[in-house]
Design a binder for this molecule. Structure first.
Ligand SMILES: Cc1cc2nc3c(=O)[nH]c(=O)nc-3n(C[C@H](O)[C@H](O)[C@H](O)COP(=O)(O)OP(=O)(O)OC[C@H]3O[C@@H](n4cnc5c(N)ncnc54)[C@H](O)[C@@H]3O)c2cc1C
Length: 435
């Protein structure tokens, strides 16, 4: 029984390993010259950057977390999160509602006042239950926190209007603090939110790709890179998978590549399924990597909601996760800019992007341009699934179809869900356990 796994990102590699450990014959078909997908890292001039955006290892799922930590045992640095939001020239503690005492007094008053007013209105049944993500933000946090941070930040990262986004995904994803914590934080008593992430791990050497390489180690010989799947057909009970040059025959075919890449490989896909796939929304990512001489603030990563500060939505400081990702006396900064697949950011040159990010860093007084000794740009066409209002309807049509043709979908852009690494590994573990 031979299993072909389409895509050699974290999902495909983990699946290959777990099936192999059960004695199954596997082959991973990966389009790029290197496997790893969003979990690749690169090292240049002594600086190591994650090329699919800054990654950290954390999870609420104890089994998955222990799997990831076991994989990087001996190469793990454990860190306390110290995350901030850049708001009106200040670093405000994250999550925002746990950092209210860092706000200017007038903003602090508006945030706490509107939070309590909303809470009372909800208790009295005076507010209609939310019907979209924007309404959920107002309903949960009140207009102060909504307008100072939640709406601007979310519109910046998703590149999509929050009132056109569904809210089915927010529970457990967006910190929802107890009222006591919001009041404590407003009067200056320290509180922590989103606690399952308050301690996180990162590989000492090799960036996040070290996790991938450790998972891949026993199955590396079964990964065929440079194999871009272009056609998938059936011959009797077999699957025939081709890249235009060579053909792989398998008894089982499991897909971890984006649905948008998978559909054109298939014949006779019903129009309804094609239309539903075309309607699914996602965004893309530019990473601007900066190496500097000297130090950076002792911040894990920084959210930047204000468009006036620049295009970047998040800036990470990976040399705080591991001292080995920058040479001695130097520091690493990774700025993420999400964008729509064909918007103006996608046509901007690397130099323009680097220039804009260094302007932003200077505006925030994080570094002076003279300190920059290294810069590069990475681009990822598929970064985040965007949950628009039609998402659930469209994804159900697509998944029903793949059920009927007997192809399993696993991973962030095959399941088309906002899955972090732990979610991908959980999907793989559940799939293997269900066989
Ligand atoms: C900015 C950002 C930050 C993140 N930070 C974190 C974090 O801190 N912690 C965390 O847990 N998770 C994080 N994630 C999520 C994490 O990156 C993903 O959950 C995970 O990498 C998804 O793995 P995957 O294998 O499902 O998909 P992918 O990594 O997208 O892999 C799919 C693979 O399929 C290949 N492929 C595509 N088309 C074809 C084809 N036609 N033929 C063959 N191969 C093909 C691609 O080249 C790719 O290698 C982050 C994601 C982003 C975008």
């Amino acid at each position: 029984m031979k299993t072909a796994i389409l895509g050699g990102g974290l999902s495909g590699i983990t699946l290959a390993r777990l099936l192999y450990e059960e004695g199954k014959e596997v082959i991973v078909l990966e389009a790029e010259p290197d496997y790893g997908g969003l979990c690749r890292s690169k090292t240049e001039k002594g600086f190591t950057f994650d090329i699919g955006g800054s990654h950290i290892i954390f999870s609420r799922d104890a089994e998955v977390l222990s799997f990831m930590r076991r994989m990087i045992a001996g190469n793990e640095q454990v860190n306390d999160r110290n995350t901030k939001i850049f708001y009106k020239q200040q670093f405000v503690k994250y999550p925002f509602e746990n950092g209210l005492s860092d706000l200017p007094p007038e903003d602090r008053f508006i945030c706490i006042h509107e939070f309590i007013k909303t809470l009372i209105a909800v208790e009295k049944g005076e507010m209609a239950p939310p019907a979209n993500f924007r309404e959920w933000i107002y309903y949960t946090f009140g207009s102060g926190i909504a307008e100072c941070y939640m709406v601007p930040y979310n519109e910046k990262i998703w590149k999509y209007p929050t009132d056109k986004m569904s809210l089915h995904w927010v529970e457990g994803r967006i910190p929802r603090p107890p009222v006591e914590d919001v009041i404590r934080s407003a009067i200056g008593i320290n509180t922590e939110g989103y606690t399952h992430q308050s301690v996180f791990s990162y590989p000492i050497d090799g960036g996040i790709e070290a996790l991938l390489r450790a998972i891949a180690q026993p199955v590396e010989k079964f990964i065929q890179t440079g194999f871009r799947v272009t056609s998938i057909t059936r011959s009797g009970k077999k699957w025939l998978i081709s890249n235009g040059d060579s053909l792989v025959e398998a008894d089982q075919c499991i897909c971890t590549i984006p649905l948008q890449h998978l559909l054109p490989c298939l014949v006779d896909v019903p129009l309804k399924v094609k239309n539903a796939t075309d309607a699914l929304k996602y965004n893309s990512l530019v990473c601007v990597n900066i190496g500097i001489k000297g130090s950076v603030p002792a911040i894990s990563w920084l959210y930047v909601p204000d468009p006036a500060v620049g295009r970047t939505n998040r800036i990470s400081f990976p040399s705080g996760y591991s001292r080995h990702v920058a040479p001695e006396g130097f520091s690493a900064i990774l700025a993420e800019i999400t964008h729509q697949p064909d918007d103006e950011v996608s046509t901007m040159s690397d130099d323009e992007l680097i220039c804009q990010v260094s302007d932003s860093l200077q505006k925030m007084q994080i570094v002076h341009k003279d300190q920059i000794v290294y810069s590069s740009v990475e681009r990822q066409p598929f970064a985040y699934v965007v949950y628009d209002l039609d998402y659930q309807k469209n994804v159900a049509i697509v998944k029903d179809y793949f059920n009927t043709i007997g192809m399993s979908l696993i991973g962030r852009f095959a399941q088309f869900e906002y899955l972090n690494m732990d979610g991908c590994i959980r999907s793989v573990m559940d799939f293997v356990a269900s066989r």
